[in-house]
Design a protein around this ligand. Sequence first.
Ligand SMILES: C[S@@+](CC[C@H](N)C(=O)[O-])C[C@H]1O[C@@H](n2cnc3c(N)ncnc32)[C@H](O)[C@@H]1O
Length: 388
Amino acid sequence: MEEGSCKRQCEPWRVLEFYSGIGGMRYSIMKAGVNAMIVEAFDINDVANDVYEYNFGHRPCQGNIQTLSAADLDSYRAQAWLLSPPCQPYTRQGLQKGSADARASSFLKILELIPKSSQPPLMIFVENVVGFETSDTHSIMIEMLAKAAFVTQEFILSPLQFGVPYSRPRYFCLAKRKPSSFQCPLFNNQLLWAPGPLLDNDANNMVNECNQPQESYDQWLPACLPVENFLEFKNPTNQVETSSSLKLPTIVSIEVSEGDEGNGSDFTSASQYFVPLSLIKRWGAAMDIVYPDSKRCCCFTKSYYRYVKGTGSLLATVQPKTESKASSLEEQHLRYFTPREVANLHSFPKDFRFPPQISIRQRYALLGNSLSVAVVAPLLGYLFAEPS
Ligand SMILES: C[S@@+](CC[C@H](N)C(=O)[O-])C[C@H]1O[C@@H](n2cnc3c(N)ncnc32)[C@H](O)[C@@H]1O
């Protein structure tokens, strides 16, 4: 019998979650419906660990992943490793130092443990930013995985390809140790740009579609839900306004009433989400503004709310008759998406909560580091599936 096949039928897969943050990987494996248990999670950030513990009732192992030994990992008898290492060494905004960046070292150290382990994993899943696939860390990873008898399939996918109006393309590596194999071995050792093999289609028809880098995601937009579906508070003045008849938005209708704090809302005061006029005047031209009926918003980074330029979209709470600059930004009463709304766009479940002591900035920072469950769940479903 193939190694692991009885485990799959009789017991849940034993999974380690490295760089666990607020648990995006854990939510994704739950959403995928994989029969799996997270036997341990690891993260150095105590604020992230507070959030993780609050939601899952288990505090991740707090410390530097770099200090883990092969014997430590063997003790968990895990069959799968899920890893979302720091992305700063590979981001376009960063210095792109790759493996020369100290923040890359813990990931390389973990990979080095694979051949030293007496029980290496059968499956590995890695998430990172676009740019990782051309880094030297990527070359080292692929070489190490090949040496350890893993076959890989790689993807660059965005939530826009899964009906979510959210542009967040990310790199993913799925690896299975031989003799385990993928459901569509046709895509072994390839980088794919479309979710073809994750869908229940004939693989041969998907080859061309998947192998082409996406020049634009526009073709996916018609199938996306509008941004409105992800808002915790619908716009008070969502009706069309002309600038001459423009009223102030009814701010009171997006305030939480007393006692609503526990319902998952992150609103403590509506006013803190409106973008100050001084910022609109200074940075208005550089802001990405979306409307409730928009089918796309920009990636929320960990600096959202601290900076307005390039950190994520802002929502117009007063929708102009035409979406032209004729209606000035000031009249559109721009507000930030709330942390709950960012979590919705990350497809986190409704019962996900932040502990009350976590500040708004910390919430955005943690969410900005996290991932799209809508994308990762089908990838994990595909990774854990056995070929029929
Ligand atoms: C890209 S985020 C991953 C977030 C996670 N996937 C989620 O859903 O929230 C990287 C995480 O790795 C943690 N981290 C970075 N370097 C680490 C290290 N050397 N040891 C342990 N954790 C580390 C950070 O605290 C951060 O939470």
